[in-house]
Design a protein around this ligand. Sequence first.
Ligand code: SF4
Ligand code: SF4
Length: 435
Amino acid sequence: MADSTVSFDRPQQADLDRCVHCGLCLNACPTYRELGVEMDSPRGRIYQMVQVNGGAPITASYIEHIGLCLACRACETACPSGVEYGRLVEAARADIAARAPAPFIARTIRRFVFGHLLQSPGTLMVFGAMLYLYQASGLQRIFRASGLWKLMGKLGRLEQLAPSAEPPFFFSQIGKTLPAEGQRRHRVAFLAGCIANISFARLNEATVRVLQKNGCEVVIPAEQGCCGALHVHAGLKEDARKLARRNIDAVLDGGFDAILTNAAGCGSTLKEYDELLEHDTAYQQKARDFVARMKDVNEFLASIELNTDMGPVAATVTYQDSCHLAHGQKIRTAPRKLLAAVPGLVLREMALSDLCCGSAGIYNVVENEMAMSLLDKKMESVNATAADVIVTANPGCMLQLTAGARLHGRGQRVAHVIEILDEAYRARSAASAGR
Ligand code: SF4
Ligand code: SF4
């Protein structure tokens, strides 16, 4: 097979050499914890990357072990040698995609999903409308209640993970500027995602409201699009670079104090646009300027003087650290600080809150068995807290945990940190209106 990999889209030897094989990352790795197999540990995967870098062929076994990695980056947190494992696994996947392409049907599906669906608001809206019909007509309820899904193997299990369609879709808000409530203290750009415009439209609206309550003028830039995170995780780096350039062009000259996302998975990639475009002379500086202002919405709100004029939210919640917030962006205290500001709310920490729930982008679709096994364990930790709400900071985790609450839970609701803040502000407004 022709070797067509761009040299920098392979694991770099200097990055691999940082690993001293100490094994301190093994216990932090969800796949190693599940399987107990060295080749499915960070150290084992690095060993395999070293072999391939040294000229060993890309085998089915290598593809399988690299594919089973969640790219959760828990190993980065655990590693004392500063191995940037996320960067390595993304490069290994890019290398695989270039030198050992998937079979024709898999490639065609990937091309449709990554090259078209995620990038086209029109196609996403058609998909959203079809999903809405399936859900609103009662078909989904009947399908799930009948137990038919259990007989359909993987397809049935995947249906349990389907997002909800939430019309009116958030695409209608793109291009708008929403004023700050009270005095304007900040001017921010909000990146609304791709599928989130269909399936997390209410979360996106809540995000804008919370920012307005905190003195932000919120611009939802017209030319924005998918951030490319799913493309990076799948090894499709050139597609991701095109999307990165588009988002940079959409916001860079807007004079924003911050560029915000409410999706930890997107934020992690958006904050690494400088790495993604490090070899693009036309965009490397623009990417650095973009990254300097890119923030997760939790991080941003925890860094400003938070509006604490909130009403009570009487709930016991437990917080699931999204991997790409805790490990990818090293943000753990900000969401907890925001939750602590909500009157009436009790936070009960679960064990291993920063262990992956199995969502990991589209991992729960392509590696469904491992994802569901991790979810099963996650729900044991959740259930042990007896919390009635599972709070997290990433839409992908919300989908996975919603399935978990339905399949193994105790009727818990799943919410984003921002939705809890929005509830608190609305409780305050309702109390004021009732006076
Ligand atoms: S990224 Fe996550 S799943 Fe992959 S090796 Fe590291 S800890 Fe394990
Ligand atoms: S990745 Fe880090 S923690 Fe894991 S074996 Fe290598 S040096 Fe040790």
